[in-house]
Structure formats: C-alpha cells, structure tokens
Write a protein that binds this ligand. Structure first.
Ligand SMILES: Cc1ncc(COP(=O)(O)O)c(C=O)c1O
Length: 412
C-alpha cells in the first residue's frame, strides 16, 4: 500500500469499488441511494473542474468565510515549554468559529447547482450544524440538522445559533445519543427524501463521494498554510510537525493535504484522537488503539467494535471527537505510515486548555485542546529549530458550560 505523489489523496481510490488502499472507504449504500449518489458523484466531478465553480467557491471562502485565517507563533507557550517552536493556524477565526464552514459552504453551492431546495446534515459538537445553518441561510436553502440528545444538552451555544439561523434541529434519541446516531438518522432521512433534499455529511466520513467533497473543501486550510509557511520562513523548514485532533478527520485531512508529497521526516503528520476519561475503558480512538476494520455509515474503516462486530459506544469530553469510526483517508494514512496517531485523555485536553489560555490569547475548543495536549507533551523534547504547528480548528465558546463545570471557570 503506497501513496502516489502526483495524485490528490482523495482520488487515490479504486474507481469501481471506491476503496482506498483496497480496503478503506467504498460506498456501502442501499439500492435506493445508488442513483442519487451516482448523480452527486457526476455533478461534483464536473464542478470541481469547472472554473466558474472554483471562482465562486474562492469568492465565498475569501469574502464570507474569511480566508486566510492567521498563522501565528505562540511565543509565550514556546518560552514556557522550552524546546520546539509552537505555532498555530487559527482556523477558529473562520466565520462561525470552526473549519466546518468550508464543507458546509461547498455543499450548499453544490445543492444550488443540483436544484435542491432542502439540505440536511448531522452534527456532534454543533459546529457542522451551525455552519450548515449559516450557509443554508446565506444560499436560501431550508435546513434540518440531526443531533444526538446528549450533544444538544452539552453544546447549547451552537444549538442556539442553529435555531437563530432558522434551522430545525431534529433530536436523536437512539443509541448513545451522540454523533454516530445523528449521522445514522440523517442518512435514514435522506434515503426517503433524496429527490428534493441534498445531504451534507459533516466530516470526511460516509460513502466515498461524501469523503471526497469534505476533503476537497477543508483542504483550503493547508492551501493557505503552505503559502504562509513559505512567506514566514522563506522556504519550507526542515523539521515541521503538523498536529491536529481527529474525530471523523476533516480538519486534520484539510490541514495536511497540501503537504502530502513531502517526506515525513521533513513534515510529520500527527493525529490526536480522543482517549476519553482517564479512568474509563471507553474511548474514541480507533486508530490509536488498533480497532478492527468494520463498516460504518456506508464505508469500511477502523472502528470501535465488540467481538461480535457491533459498534461500541464511545466516551469523550469532546462531542466533536466522540465518534467510534474515522475517515477512510486516515485509515489509509495510518496503514501507509504517512501519519502517526495518538490519543489524549479528557484530563489532558482540559490541562492543555488551561495552559494555552493562561499563556496565549487563544481559546481552543475541547477538540483542538487534544492536539495541544500532544504538543505540550512533545515540544520540550524537541530542538529549537523544530516547528510544531497545531491546528486550532474551533473556538471554545461552545464548551463554556463544560469548562466552567470541570475547571471552575471559562478561560484562564
Ligand atoms: C472544532 C472541531 N474540531 C474537530 C472536530 C472533529 O471533527 P473532524 O475530525 O472531522 O475535524 C469537530 C467536530 O465537530 C469540531 O467541531
């Protein structure tokens, strides 16, 4: 299994099966979805080559999303930790406060081209839902968001935003009442409504085409970053580590994509999954803890499962990472050894949040706080010419109630 240098990773799947590396991804869908998925695939493949569509995408990314987001050195944290230089790409500056806006914008533009008036999506942390509600409002689409009841309770600020934007939140009571169940319910809804409705899957998961659209959209992050790094250092430095949290895998894939052809000794990709509470056996880290391959949401992937192959419940303080599976793109990056995966516990993420907000004017949500936890672990052992860049992909305002409860206050 090898990564090809000159072909975008999203296209390195088998044309017939949709599988990356012969075993990850695919399109395991019911017969009724075959035609809508084929239509969407044909439309997306046409649009991504269409200069006017690209122009339109870039226009909205620049003038509405707010690209580029800044790339800054965290000088105080660097000094405090000693060792490597800590930098961050502040993706949370994007409109709405997280990277989910890129995928949501592209999906709404596609829905318009497909002549659809309705759009549905899933959400965990609430950012995918908030962003879809914002983009739907902007482009005149009626929007429905599926969200687990546990997440509705713990991510209230984002739910309020969705409602304000006129979206309907459909509470999901099944299973663990988190993201995994929200995606399932959203897909079920789409099966019966695909004639009138477009579906936006909120991460690089789901049947092949949804992985591709999302990866194509979030790659804007690394398109910006590569320019910013070259401008800052005059060239690409010799030792860079790009750290990103991994739930479904959309921000990490977007953060890494443009650097895919670099040698991993020069540019290392480090994905940080949710290790869950320190004392719990449950986690949301299928790549770190060697979960087996199974099918979830229409795609083959490493997924937490029991001996009988049933999907296992996860546990994480971070609603956005609380998902038993992971993108086939990351399974492929793991098996080709292009990326390294590890996990941070709830407690480590909370401590990282405290330290980052103590030293810097940055407010990373619980998801990127997992990536900061890894940066804090490794930076002191690294040389001063090593660049550790963490993707700060979400703002912590949505987590203010959890942070207040766990740390006694929101922001240090
Ligand atoms: C701020 C933030 N970061 C990360 C994630 C994890 O998702 P992904 O791995 O697709 O980026 C989420 C998911 O909701 C999120 O809201």
């Amino acid at each position: 299994m090898k990564i090809k240098k000159n072909i975008p990773l999203i296209d390195q799947h088998d044309k017939k099966t949709g599988l990356w590396g012969g075993k990850f991804g695919g399109s395991y869908i019911p017969e009724t979805l075959k035609k809508p998925v084929e239509d969407l695939t044909n439309l997306f493949e046409k649009l991504r080559k269409d200069k006017n569509f690209i122009k339109e995408r870039d226009y909205y990314f620049e003038n509405w999303v707010g690209s580029p987001t800044s790339f800054v050195k965290l000088k105080n944290l660097t000094k405090h930790l000693g060792g490597a230089q800590i930098w961050t790409k502040v993706v949370s500056e994007a409109n709405g406060g997280a990277h989910k806006i890129y995928n949501a914008t592209v999906h709404c533009l596609i829905a318009k081209r497909a002549g659809k008036k309705f759009i549905v999506g899933d959400t965990g942390a609430g950012y995918a839902g908030k962003m879809l509600s914002m983009a739907a409002k902007k482009f005149g689409l009626k929007c429905k968001i599926f969200m687990g009841v546990k997440d509705i309770k713990r991510q209230k600020p984002n739910c309020d935003a969705m409602k304000k934007n006129g979206a309907e939140i459909v509470p999901v009571y099944t299973g663990s009442q988190t993201l995994v169940d929200a995606v399932s319910e959203c897909m079920r809804y789409w099966v019966s409504n695909c004639d009138t409705t477009h579906m936006c899957v909120g991460s690089t998961v789901g049947p092949n085409i949804f992985v591709k659209i999302c990866g194509w959209s979030t790659s804007q992050i690394s398109r910006e970053l590569i320019i910013q790094i070259k401008k800052e250092f005059g060239k690409i430095p010799k030792k860079i580590k790009l750290l990103n949290c991994v739930g479904g895998g959309s921000s990490s894939f977007g953060f890494w994509n443009e650097f895919m052809h670099y040698n991993k000794k020069q540019i290392e990709f480090v994905g940080v999954e949710a290790g869950g509470p320190k004392k719990s056996k449950k986690h949301a880290a299928p790549l770190t803890y060697g979960s087996k391959i199974g099918i979830l949401h229409g795609a083959a992937q490493y997924v937490n499962q029991n001996k009988e192959g049933q999907i296992e419940e996860t546990e994480s303080i971070s609603a956005g990472l609380d998902y038993p599976g992971v993108s086939p793109l990351h399974c492929f990056l793991k098996d080709t050894k292009r990326a390294r995966y590890t996990a941070a516990t709830d407690e480590e993420a909370l401590s990282a949040y405290q330290l980052v907000t103590k030293y810097e004017n940055l407010n990373p949500s619980l998801e990127p706080s997992h990536a900061f936890a890894e940066a804090i672990k490794i930076a002191p052992k690294l040389s001063k010419d090593t660049i550790v860049c963490v993707c700060s992909c979400g703002d912590a305002y949505k987590d203010k109630h959890i942070l207040k409860k766990r740390l006694g206050k929101y922001k240090s």
